[in-house]
Structures are given as C-alpha cells and as structure tokens.
Write a protein that binds this ligand. Sequence first.
Ligand code: SME
Length: 137
Amino acid sequence: ESPKDNTEEKLQKICALLDQEISYFNWTGFYFKNGDKEELILGPYVGAPTDHTIIPYGKGICGQVAVSNETFVVPDVHEQDNYLSCSIDTKAEIVVPIMKDGQNLGQIDIDSHKVDPFTDEDREMLEWLCAEVAKIM
Ligand code: SME
C-alpha cells in the first residue's frame, strides 16, 4: 500500500471539517490538474453537486487560479465577468492554489452564501492548509 492511497479520504475529511466549523463556508471542495490536460477535474467536496466537474484553464475563478498560481478572493461574485456559477445562492468565493515544487497541482475552492465573508485569517489558514496538502501529494 502506497502512502498516497488514502489522500482522497483525507481531502474529503478536510472538506467536511471546514464545512462543519465555518458557518459561511457553504461549498468546500478540491479541483486538481487533470493529467497532462490544461483543465481541472473536480475532487472531493462537500456541498451541492456542481455541473462544473471539468474546468478549462483560464475559465472562471478556478481556471484563472490554475494559471495565476495566486490566491483569488472574490467578495462579490456578481462583479466578476469570468465566473462560472455553481449555485444561485453563491455570493462570494475564495480559491487557493496547491503548489508543489513550483507546479500548480490544483486548488481548494470555497463558496459562500454571504457577501464578503472571508477574513485575512481565512486566507492565511487556507494557504497553510494547501501547503500541508501539497506535502501529501
Ligand atoms: N465558481 C467557480 C466554479 C466552481 S464552483 O464554485 C464549485 C469558478 O468560477 O471557477
């Protein structure tokens, strides 16, 4: 058994924990680079099912982070032109890349039903978390 075999399980638990602990995290999930393709594929998540199981690089908030390698905080999704709507309830979004050895492996994506809910502490916590996730990938 390889040590990476239970990574999916761990990521699922991380989603469940964040969803449970932070009231304004209303959809929490991971996207990962789909092999050699310039697209993201949906990984473990907690929240309403989404149509966006595959996202081309550059499209939406997630696709932009796949190319920018930078955290993207969106206080109000209605002000974004390049945005993929998953739910009409979503008001805000934060996407943090998972970087390992200079490569962008994927990201954590969180949607909120509240406008402008994400604090600097949320951002720092999620950036720390993504650095930890990179270590088990
Ligand atoms: N809103 C994202 C798409 C993913 S869903 O939020 C789960 C985007 O614009 O990339």
